[in-house]
Design a protein around this ligand. Structure first.
Ligand code: FMN
Length: 190
């Protein structure tokens, strides 16, 4: 069985909506088990993230999809605390050759979301993971990849309620990312 984990932080729920769509997409691929994991600030003590069960779940995954809102032009501090806690895996090459991908949500159409995705890519490269981009053409009538991001998926949400934003097009875009990663992970596993 191929395992895909979606690990994300969300301060006020918008990124969770996109994470759920990514999870739905990944889970729809035959032979793939998809896990949706939320990062909790309660697991950060004196600035250090600690949750061995979450890290073990990621160790057991063929692909890891990172998600965070863009806060002040980068991933949320809670996501960074989690990323720092993966250093021991980096040391022993524990996540080498896993697939990786990412998504982010922010208020502006740009809002510097690309910086967050680029941070995810750097994290994946440090771990020796294989980055899966998102090549969907934005010229379609469903709004798929309407924000034209090829490094990962971008969703837009500000102060709106979470049942309104991110919108249906962004969630469909997330679903397609989940499908793509799951399909590739299954293929890669062989
Ligand atoms: C501390 C903070 C920093 C933010 N920084 C940005 C930013 O740099 N760019 C942007 O477009 N929106 C920014 N926003 C808006 C959030 O990205 C947006 O509200 C997003 O939907 C929050 O996702 P969440 O509900 O998953 O926490 C910021 C919001 C907060 C609370």
């Amino acid at each position: 069985m191929t395992t895909v984990s979606i690990i994300h932080f969300s301060g006020s729920g918008h990124t969770t909506k996109l994470a759920e769509a990514v999870h739905q997409g990944a889970a729809s691929i035959e032979g793939v088990q998809a896990h949706l994991i939320s990062l909790s600030g309660d697991d950060i003590i004196k600035g250090r993230y600690k949750n061995d069960a979450v890290l073990a779940q990621l160790d057991a995954s063929d692909a890891i999809i990172f998600g965070s809102p863009t806060y002040m032009g980068g991933p949320a501090a809670q996501f960074k605390a989690f990323a720092d806690a993966t250093a021991e895996r980096w040391f022993r090459g524990g996540w080498r050759d896993k697939l990786a991908a990412g998504f982010t949500v922010s208020g502006g159409p740009s809002g510097d979301k690309l910086s967050t995705l680029q941070y995810f890519i750097t994290l994946a490269m440090q771990h020796g993971m294989i980055w899966v981009g998102f090549p969907e053409n934005p010229y379609n009538d469903k709004g798929i990849n309407r924000l034209s991001s090829y490094s990962g998926v971008m969703g837009q949400a500000g102060q709106e309620p979470t049942d309104v934003a991110p919108n249906a097009a962004d969630k469909l875009t997330g679903e397609l990312l989940g499908q793509r990663v799951a399909r590739l992970a299954a293929k890669f596993r062989g």
